[in-house]
Design a protein around this ligand. Sequence first.
Ligand code: AKG
Length: 249
Amino acid sequence: MITEEDLWYFKTTGFYKVRETLPGDLVDRLNEVTSRQIADMREPIVWEEKVEREPKNVRRLSKIFLRDPVYFEAASHPIILNALEGIIGPNIEVLTNKHNHVMVRPSGSYPVPWHAGEEPYDHTLITGLIYLEESTVENGCVRIVPGSHNRPFLNPRRPQKQRDNFYDSDNYYRAVPIPMPRGGVLLFNDCCYHGSDTNHSDHSRRSMTVAYRAHDAHDVIKDDPEKILVRGEKVYTGHPHPYTLPVQE
Ligand SMILES: O=C(O)CCC(=O)C(=O)O
């Protein structure tokens, strides 16, 4: 569980680095499955270069929860859910229609341009980055602009285009790099601006990206196929519609 002090920092900066790491054997299995998916070039894939479709050019594997159960095992690991429970409460869902991918980031992989995943007025969405490999400044670790989830100005959520210069942004000067160990888990408010630099090493830099949200207690329809409950229950606390007035005596 995260402490009150951790929660204050999370609310202020927008991110939280989980202290424990996932078990080594789970990370090994994630890597074995991922290596197979890359070798087989199993679609859907986002390519580094669309013209050269070969394993060394796999930038991102999409829809991972349909590929192998090991990805869901990692995404719903108690180490992650315990931390999330301290942030978004006991009823936690994983979204299958947001993120749900592995960033492979092969050697030379071009930057992830600065962006914020959600508008700051949206229902809080927490992004979980689960590291299959160590992430360093050299191999293009994620950089987050602390506090940017609380911005009071309506800047565009995606101020850059896909191949824009990573350094040509105010976000670069405001951000902090967040190196992470193999098996590490980084949680952040998806409204934060974030991005990652070119992978300057000669290895890949793999991480899973997962979207978590508190179950919406006001939603009447509970069987949304794009939301999987991973902890707690689908409670309903809204006022029923049509609203029935109390019977007058
Ligand atoms: O770690 C990275 O390279 C950036 C991850 C990210 O922004 C994403 O997967 O949407």
